[in-house]
Ligand binder design. Structure first.
Ligand code: NAD
Length: 486
């Protein structure tokens, strides 16, 4: 099967591609060119009602479909994603603005890896049993929940969308899924792949639209029993306020303000290369990017010189279709303006711009696109807005610390707790800091190295619940304990 990229999107409900019942559409804009290049259904509660109906029809058969069969279908979806790598990567880049090489190398391969991982995962998923000596035996029965909602953001569009959908389907649920309205095309193409792979009609329903429109209709529908959400802390709070009083199961993967903690005794070259990546990969639009770089005082000046030099000379901002571009476009005009506003605020707070700080005007095809220079700022204390609020763009701050204790104070001085990176060759120090840093994910001498079996998620205002491996399959099942007296 070869996908034809179409930019006039439709919802995928009950196995059919259909327009929104309201007949309304939203413009889809390519951030690299600022041109409208597609239309997205502006779905609402009636579309969600139709999707719930389709899911209810499909659930009885899908929930008892043998795992070997679910494995085959999910694995086939993975194969079809791989077979359409070029088309999906191009669609993702046009939607999101990220370099095409990055979509090809990371985003799309990871989407098929997600399906493959959970296809095999469900074949090995086991439940516990507890033996009460000669009195009784208990076993845990894990059954699919029913209809679940999966809502994802724009930064890693197909990668994060499939990270939720794959375990939900593998565990035998029927799904209502909504991609971000800012980057919907790969999810639309996935509808066609799922049909081709033989996923029964109504098992996966993909509905397009805004958060307050389609998103809230999914979250508030009484038939949707669990919500897996990735996005901003603000939207997560709103979703929790709707879902929690209805006692729905909730997994919330939210914002971050991640520290990169650099000790003087680290492997300098490796640290520098990876700190460039962790600061600016995907234009800094990865929830796991380190936006607060904390450097031990004795090497602060050396770090500043080496880092700024690399940022100035090694990170070409350019057309996402150009293989030489290291930084593509910011995802939308709104987000571009927000980032520029944050840079202005940093200046008002007394921050010194060491490099970047401005929009980039390209020539040709991308003359009107939303591009920003990678930006490094110093001279700001831990409590200012720039070091407290998530910017989610190519902007990092530098702060220095005197010792381990001060590094931890700075690292933990935000409402967030998603990810942290520690750079040191002292294994004991790495372990001490990892135990005390308030983050759900901690990398020592590496960044973004992911084993899909490990629990993934944040502490504090970065979310609740864990994705990944058995955690995800447990989330998407209801546990019942059966006690049998002997
Ligand atoms: P967002 O919260 O604006 O939107 C995310 C998704 O939620 C979109 O599909 C949107 O339409 C939907 N949505 C928004 N409001 C909603 C509502 N009231 N009800 C239901 N759905 C709603 O986030 P974004 O701007 O798309 O993404 C950027 C944010 O996502 C950043 O804060 C980033 O840190 C976070 N993020 C977190 C992780 C993680 O794993 N923790 C991963 C990626 C991105």
């Amino acid at each position: 099967m070869k996908l034809e990229i179409s930019y006039h999107l439709e919802n995928f409900i009950g196995g059919n591609l259909i327009g929104p019942l309201s007949g309304k559409f939203i413009d889809n804009i390519n951030p690299a060119t600022a041109e409208v290049y597609g239309q997205i259904p502006d779905s609402g509660s009636k579309d969600i009602e139709a999707a719930v109906h389709a899911a209810q029809q499909a659930f009885p058969a899908w929930s008892v479909t043998p795992v070997e069969q679910r494995f085959k279908i999910l694995n086939r979806i993975a194969e079809l994603i791989d077979a359409n790598l070029d088309e999906l990567a191009l669609a993702e880049t046009n939607d999101n603005g990220k370099p095409l090489w990055l979509s090809k190398k990371v985003d799309i391969p990871r989407a098929s890896a997600n399906f493959r991982f959970f296809a095999t995962g469900i074949m090995h998923f086991a439940t516990e049993s507890h033996n009460m000596e000669d009195k009784a035996v208990n076993y845990t029965l894990r059954q699919p929940i029913g209809i679940v909602g999966c809502i994802s953001p724009w930064n890693l569009p197909l990668y994060l969308f499939t990270w939720k959908i794959a375990p939900a389907l593998a565990a035998g649920n029927c799904v209502l899924a909504k991609p971000s309205e800012v980057t919907p095309v790969t999810a639309f193409l996935l509808s066609k792949i799922c049909k081709e792979a033989g996923l029964p009609d109504g098992v996966l329903n993909i509905i397009h639209g805004t958060g307050p429109g389609a998103g809230e209709a999914i979250v508030s529908h009484p038939a949707v029993k669990a919500i897996s959400f990735t996005g901003s802390t603000r939207a997560g709070e709103r979703i929790a306020s709707i879902a929690a009083p209805k006692f729905k199961k909730l997994s919330l993967e939210l914002g971050g303000k991640n520290p990169a903690i650099i000790f003087a005794d680290c492997d300098w070259e490796k640290m520098l290369f990876n700190t460039i990546r962790s600061s600016f990969a995907n234009q800094g639009e990865i929830c796991l990017c380190g936006s607060r770089i904390l450097v031990e005082e004795s090497v602060y000046e050396k770090f500043k010189t080496d880092f700024v030099n690399w940022v100035k000379n090694g990170l070409k901002v350019g057309d996402p279709l150009d293989a030489e571009s290291k930084q593509g476009a910011i995802v939308s005009k709104t987000h571009y303006e927000k980032i520029l506003h944050c840079i202005e605020m940093a200046k008002k707070e007394g921050g010194k711009i060491l490099c970047g700080g401005n929009a980039v005007k390209l020539e040709g095809r991308c003359a009107n696109g939303y591009f920003i220079q990678p930006t490094v700022i110093e001279g700001l204390g831990p409590n200012c807005k720039t070091n407290q609020e998530e910017i989610f763009g190519p902007v990092v701050t530098l702060q220095s610390f005197r010792n381990e204790e001060e590094a931890l104070q700075l690292a933990n001085a935000t409402q967030y707790g998603l990810a942290a990176t520690i750079w040191t060759n002292d294994i004991s120090k790495a372990n001490r800091v990892a135990a005390k840093v308030e983050s759900g994910i901690i990398w020592v001498n590496c960044w973004l190295l992911r084993d899909l079996r490990t629990p993934f998620g944040g502490l504090k205002n970065s979310g609740v619940g864990r994705e990944g491996g058995w955690e995800a399959l447990r989330f998407f099942t209801e546990a019942k304990n059966v006690c049998i007296e002997l």
